[in-house]
Design a protein around this ligand. Structure first.
Ligand code: FES
Length: 173
């Protein structure tokens, strides 16, 4: 399997950090960056990263199954994740989730027919103090109301960049 020179350079850097018998420690960042380039975690990618990290395809598959940010099928251009865990639930996370389903017509892990949006209900994303929290691709949004969610999704659909949408508080990671 071939990757872009930039991704190969990243892989090399990650793998160089660990001794030969600990290359598996580079697996998660390699999966995340590979997913960004390939679009999802394919069977071929699992085989390739298992080979490069000295693990088995089954071990890689188990890691992929554990982390919700790793996707086995391509998600939408804007992958919307909404937390409904306890802190977010207490501050309106379930209303936000219901509004997102209504607005997009999608359910958990579904992708719009045109590939524009996908939706996922997630466990705590480590942003409890911002509850209710949501994430679109790599951007976090905090204290989001159902109304702000509508503005955010409409603005993204209209082609606005996340930093141009002043109505919702964004934190980039
Ligand atoms: S409970 Fe929602 S981010 Fe922690």
């Amino acid at each position: 399997m071939t990757f872009s020179p930039a991704l190969e350079a990243r892989f090399e850097k990650f793998l160089a950090k660990y001794p030969a018998d600990r290359k598996r420690s580079a697996l998660i960042p390699m999966l995340i960056y590979a997913q960004d380039e390939v679009g999802s975690i394919t069977d071929e990618l699992i085989q390739e990263l298992a080979r490069r990290t000295g693990t088995t395809p089954m071990q890689v598959t188990e890691v992929v199954g554990f982390y919700s940010m790793l996707q086995r099928k391509p998600m939408g251009k804007y992958h919307v994740q909404i937390c409904t865990n306890i802190s977010c639930l207490l501050r309106g996370g379930d209303e936000l989730w219901e509004q997102a389903c209504k607005k997009t017509g999608l359910g958990h892990k579904q992708v719009a027919a045109d590939g524009s949006f996908s939706l996922e209900e997630v466990e705590c994303m480590g942003a409890c103090s911002w509850a209710p929290a949501m994430q679109v691709n790599y951007d976090f949004y905090h204290g989001v109301t159902p109304k702000q969610l509508d503005v955010l999704l409409d603005s993204l659909a209209a082609g606005k960049k996340p930093e141009e949408i002043a109505e919702v508080k964004k934190v980039s990671c």
